[in-house]
Design a binder for this molecule. Structure first.
Ligand code: NDP
Length: 255
């Protein structure tokens, strides 16, 4: 079968599955971290899980870039740089700084994440480095408002994501596993600024690349993280009587 047909089917598949995942996750939170519970099979250490889950996102894009004949295109190099900025941090830094290395991160989540990261890397990389119109990402794209706004949103999202994860990490001493109320930065306004930053990043990516693959990623990330942010917000309220009343779940002042 023609690869383009398979590519489109996979792309539409991500758009189709997103609303299903979105609704499902309001009823069943993914069983890791604070929502870990019995009955989800064997688990592995959380830092190893994050490393294994995220590595394919680095490798697939790198592999496609190496195979591409557009390697020296400056716009594509910037996209590669942004992708790597996010995923090198998430794969090689984030897991190894975790304070409580729980030993029961379910393998089923690891497997699902690997499948998604391979698929998502393929959809984005194959489009950027092969399928996109040859003159779409010419030097002129660097001055296009979509590129400028998209890259800005991506970088702001990245900063919010990483700094919020750092705030969470610093709540614990090495080896400690208890939960506390975060108070710094955007935590003053929302319970999950790390998810908010992540969602911003991928909408910025979608805008900067102006691609359906980028949009599919942003939509899926929202479907995955918005219900988790709502569940996290509820969890904080249930576990801390002094949890700030005016704090929202994921959108400052609104939701
Ligand atoms: P969480 O906010 O649930 O946890 C992040 C880390 O902080 C974990 O180590 C957690 O420990 C710890 N932590 C959380 N809350 C507290 C607290 N109140 N007190 C002390 N420590 C705390 O994020 P996730 O683990 O779900 O996600 C990690 C990163 O991965 C985020 O940046 C997220 O945006 C990203 N991600 C992206 C996805 C996507 O679809 N693109 C999907 C999922 C995550 P513990 O593990 O013990 O709970």
């Amino acid at each position: 079968m023609n690869e383009i047909i398979i590519y489109r089917a996979l792309l539409y598949g991500v758009f189709l599955i997103s609303p299903i995942v979105f609704v499902m996750l309001f009823f069943v939170s993914a069983p890791y971290g604070r929502f870990l519970r019995k009955g989800w099979g064997k688990g592995i250490s959380s830092y190893l899980a994050w490393f294994i889950m995220e590595l394919p996102a680095v490798l697939v894009i790198l592999f496609l870039y190496i195979l591409s004949e557009r390697k020296s295109n400056p716009v594509l190099l910037i996209f590669l740089g942004l992708w790597m900025l996010h995923y090198l941090q998430r794969t090689f830094i984030y897991p190894f700084l975790m304070r409580a290395r729980r030993r029961n991160f379910p393998l089923v989540i690891v497997l699902f994440s690997i499948i998604f990261n391979v698929l998502n890397g393929y959809l984005n990389g194959r489009y950027l480095f092969f399928f996109s119109e040859i003159d779409k990402y010419s030097l002129g794209w660097l001055f296009d408002p979509r590129f400028i706004a998209g890259v800005t949103v991506f970088l702001v999202g990245f900063y919010i994501n990483v700094s919020s994860d750092t705030t969470l990490r610093n709540l614990r001493k090495p080896g400690e596993a208890s939960y506390k109320i975060p108070q710094k930065g955007l935590f003053k306004y929302i319970s999950s600024p790390n998810y908010f930053g992540e969602i911003l990043e991928w909408f910025g990516w979608a805008l900067a690349t102006w691609s359906m693959a980028g949009l599919a990623f942003a939509v899926f990330t929202t479907a995955n993280l918005l219900p988790r942010a709502v569940a996290t917000h509820r969890w904080y309220k249930d576990h801390f009587v002094d949890y700030p009343d005016d704090r929202k779940a994921i959108i400052p002042f609104l939701y």
